[in-house]
Design a protein around this ligand. Sequence first.
Ligand SMILES: Nc1ncnc2c1ncn2[C@@H]1O[C@H](COP(=O)(O)OP(=O)(O)OP(=O)(O)O)[C@@H](O)[C@H]1O
Ligand SMILES: [Mg+2]
Length: 321
Amino acid sequence: MSRQHIDHSHIATFAQERVNLPKDKADEYRAQVRRLRERLEGYLREHPDFTLKKMLLSGSLAKGTALRTLNDIDVACYISGAGAPGDVPKLLSYLAERLRKAFPNFSPEQVKPNTYSVTVSFKGTGLDVDVVPILYNGDPNWYGKLVSQDDGSLLATCIPRHLEFIRRRKDAHETNFAQVARLIKFWAARMKREQQGFRFKSFMIELILAHLADSGHDLSDYPEALQHFFTYVARSNLRELIVFADYYETSCVLTFSETVKIIDPVNAKNNVCKLYTAAQADAIVNAALDAGDAIDAALNAPTKQETARYWQKVFGSAFQV
Ligand SMILES: Nc1ncnc2c1ncn2[C@@H]1O[C@H](COP(=O)(O)OP(=O)(O)OP(=O)(O)O)[C@@H](O)[C@H]1O
Ligand SMILES: [Mg+2]
């Protein structure tokens, strides 16, 4: 690949300046969640029968894959006890009512149930915290039934293992795994703004990238890593089964009838992409083809200006050199 005008280091600088959530912000938001979690732990010490058992930072802030545009903090809350309603709207009211009990210094309006989570708003500084309920039966590995943020269904899964799964890939590809994931998420966010109905969930992006990383691909050159990702999506047409052997034998994965089949690394029965239609998968494949073509063109363009113009087809006008 030609590296004459824009190379790996330009993409890395762009990521630092425009894509990534700055470290001081990430630290501040993590501390915000830590204080909530510690307050719940204090309440639990005094009320051991309380049914909210644990709060856990989940989502991109926990995985180190958050973008600068992060606008809320995902926290999972484990709810146990026979009294917890199985019906999602009731469960959310129940969770809100319990959170108000554990956090009496928050006014009731600061703890509000919405469609699939409970939002805890902070006055003044800090982001809103989105508390997602997990129905919990005491499993020692913290498996539980997570309320899906896509459609409110209950998904048997394990957030701590998801974090561990991502951590392993980050350890194997120091800084590069998280960085390439963030660059692709940035591209996907731009596609969502430009194309009505476009969806490409962050967790899917991370799992596809993990699949590529696991097959031995080096992610240390960002133009090449991005090109590899887009080429894989285009070539597989997003119809190839993706499974991981971290927590179960891949031979126990059953046949899935859905279009896109990327199986939850912690639960062989959960297809993370079950809600994606063929049209939505095709939209991702087409967008990946365009992005791959743009990167090819960028790497062969004769002038710096033209090279930048092709990279802007991938990352938008935010990309400047
Ligand atoms: N279909 C699913 N099945 C199991 N777990 C899921 C599923 N969707 C999301 N999760 C869990 O929720 C977490 C957050 O979801 P997701 O990756 O889409 O958002 P995110 O990492 O917070 O990214 P963003 O920056 O877009 O907010 C995942 O890391 C995973 O633990
Ligand atoms: Mg999130």
